[in-house]
Design a protein around this ligand. Structure first.
Ligand code: COS
Length: 379
């Protein structure tokens, strides 16, 4: 067992930390308040290689390992969870899915642009009546010979308006249930594809979450990922890895709030001494730091297993379940340590507390993670 990070991994971590402080921190409160997508920042993240970190360099990626990716995700999430969810979806769902299962033609046409965020990716599985129950897809992709005719509505789609490339899951043959589902690459601007309403969210307010409507959208057969009927497996396999990204986001949110609380506790005085000299606060900080370390170890193990091409499904689900849980607890404690200041926007921790909640919901709720974990334990 080796807990040391390589020089390259440390450099990636430092670069992400620097970027977050210099490029993401300014304006993060305003973007949250006004629900403004970090367009310029994501563009720069693409140029710096944060948007296709694990992609092969021949498709414009960074060729890095998953451990480097989770380190960068943690640093970006400490400051701006809206930017980091865009980064997570782009890297671990869209880029990974295209690279692992796409044809050479699809990789050249789409992955090369997704990896640099020239075209941001979106992953479209959830529907108004199919979130956790993902096999109940109502969106249909009717087989018309050389193309599919796509009809239906997708909900809560991250990067919904800012994306250029959409991976859409749809039912082709309902009789075959989940084995009749396909994953299609849809481009923004295809006739019949309309971006629907933007959600007004509790947290990650800088990220653009939309519903999407498809009416008789003609998607060429060449845009199907994998064999006919592979769509549900594609979605499941992709989400297995995506959960490592969201776990890292939850960890970063927790760690960001903890770092702010630690600093504040050393500065703020009450009853003639700093907060950090009160045992009540010391014990809170100890619990927060222990939870963060526990989450980090689970995440790094899941990332390492993935890099070693070993089975990481249970490890990823455990990492997401735990990291998202402790993100609730740690951010709430960080607000508590800040007292009244914690409840106002300028001190950042209230935003982190709001941002933390979604990590227990998207890319598989905590209940779904428990299903995944217990199935692995009991099979
Ligand atoms: N990894 C790979 N394949 C998986 C899988 C996983 N974690 N979980 C299920 N599958 C496969 C199964 O092996 C099965 O395929 P085969 O019939 O070829 O063996 C298929 O998926 C259907 O599985 P199952 O019969 O268990 O389906 P269920 O409807 O009972 O449950 C769950 C599937 C609940 C695990 C699935 O619907 C799920 O993960 N839902 C959450 C989806 C999600 O994360 N939504 C958020 C949207 S993205 S923000």
């Amino acid at each position: 067992m080796n807990f040391d990070l390589s020089e390259e991994q440390l450099a990636v971590q430092q670069a992400a930390r620097d970027f977050a402080q210099t490029e993401l921190l300014p304006g993060v409160i305003e973007r949250d308040t006004h629900q403004k997508f970090p367009t310029e920042q994501i563009k720069k993240m693409g140029e710096l290689g944060f948007m296709g970190m694990m992609v092969d360099p021949k498709y414009n990626g960074g060729g890095m390992d998953t451990v480097s990716y989770v380190l960068a995700m943690e640093e970006i999430s400490k400051v701006d969870a809206s930017a980091s969810v865009c980064m997570s979806v782009n890297n671990s769902l869209v880029a990974w899915g295209l690279e692992k299962y796409g044809t050479e033609e699809q990789k050249k046409k789409y992955l090369t642009r997704v990896a640099t965020a020239e075209a941001i990716g979106a992953f479209c599985l959830s529907e108004p009546e199919a979130g956790s129950d993902a096999t109940s897809q109502r969106t249909t992709a009717e087989d018309k010979g050389d193309h599919y005719l796509l009809n239906g509505t997708k909900n809560w789609i991250t990067n919904g308006n800012s994306a250029g490339v959409y991976l859409v899951i749809a039912q082709t043959d309902a009789e075959k249930k989940h084995k009749g589902i396909n994953a299609l690459i849809v481009e923004k601007g295809m006739p019949g594809f309309v971006i629907g309403k933007k959600e007004d969210k509790m947290g990650i307010r800088g990220s653009d979450t939309h519903s999407l409507m498809f009416t008789d959208v003609k998607v060429p057969k060449a845009n199907r990922i994998g064999e006919d009927g592979f769509g549900f497996s594609f979605a499941m396999n992709t989400l297995n890895g995506g959960r490592i990204g969201i776990a890292s986001q939850a960890l970063g949110i927790a760690a960001g709030a903890y770092e702010l609380a630690l600093k504040y506790a050393k500065e703020r005085k009450a009853f003639g001494k700093t907060l950090s000299q009160h045992q009540a606060i010391q014990f809170m900080l100890a619990d927060m730091a222990t939870k963060i370390d526990g989450a980090r170890l689970l995440i790094h193990r899941a990332a390492l297993l993935k890099d070693q091409k070993k089975d990481f499904v249970k490890a990823a689900a455990m990492a997401k379940l735990y990291a998202s849980q402790i993100a609730q607890e740690v951010t709430t404690d960080a607000v508590q340590i800040h007292g009244g200041y914690g409840y106002v926007k300028e001190y950042h921790v209230e935003r982190l507390m709001r941002d933390a909640k979604i990590t227990q919901i998207y890319e598989g709720t905590s209940e779904i993670q428990r299903m995944v974990i217990s199935r692995e334990l009991l099979r």
